[in-house]
Design a binder for this molecule. Sequence first.
Ligand code: ZN
Length: 354
Amino acid sequence: MPGRTATESSPTSSEPASWSELVGHQRIEKWFATAIRQRRLSGSFLIVGSPGIGKQTMANLLARTLLCESSEPSDMEPCGVCEACVQVNAGTHPDVIRVSKPADKSTLPLELLIGPPDARMQEGFCRDVRTKPLRGKRKVAILEDADFLNEEGANCLLKTLEEPPPGTIVLLIGTSEQKQLPTIRSRCRIIRLGPLTIEDAMRLLREVHHVTASDQQIRDAVEISGGDMHAAERLLNDESDELRQSFTAQLESPHPDPVKLKGIISRHVDEAGKEASKRRAAMRDVFSISVQHFRRRLRNEAMENRSQPLTLARLDRSVRALREVDRSANQATLIECFSADIAAGTTGDRGEIG
Ligand SMILES: [Zn+2]
């Protein structure tokens, strides 16, 4: 199927079928309900928020609400069982256009947007948005991974975003507003999914992701992950518990062993498999634990009126490592430098070279 690639975020049968299962964004849900009831829901939207917070869920619920064949959109109650709902769920509805970044690419490929070089504008997202709906009365176009649009890709989209055909809605999904190019931002209505309260985060992890952990474990995971609910979920599985224990034991030691640190991190990253995005996520988890660890230690030291430049340097280094994950081409070097710097207690600021 052109313009469609499988990612972990593709809809699955476990997707919630009703709006009541969207956790924590009732104000936005109400806004959409009103817009649908007043028949003024159209145009282009940029949905932004932390990973795992409900952006995909919201887009899929909107698609089902608008395309369900046994309920009115204004009811906001897609049945979940009619053919249209089932097709939206399975990712096969002909009027739902969906593109996402292939795992092995660093940006959204141009050909997913405007077709391959020998068939420009005859295939791809922009063309699919323009063609007539095949099954229903409208189209829902979902562009996942808007964070990874480069300038060229964004330029191809501008016209589509400015004037989608009547009734068609275009939903761009990204993790933050800042990551979007100004040309994109200015052409979309921005829907911000704010951070979840701890109660909502617990509900989401327990009821939607079926996590079985104690309140305190969930609180810790949510704090470490900084609101990234996918990361929180990863941190709550058993293997991560082992990682955290051996890793924090090193961080707590007065003289962390760089070889052991490197070994622990590399093993954890290797366990994530070969796919670059999964390896990066695993690295981000490790560095998040480190940031959290030194932040806590710094807080405790401040309370005891002890200032510890070593802790500050290690915290700095961890924050830097977290930022480097997405930029770094060489993960092995990143892990090695991080381990050496944490052991030595230096910030590892090598300017542009490091
Ligand atoms: Zn339905």
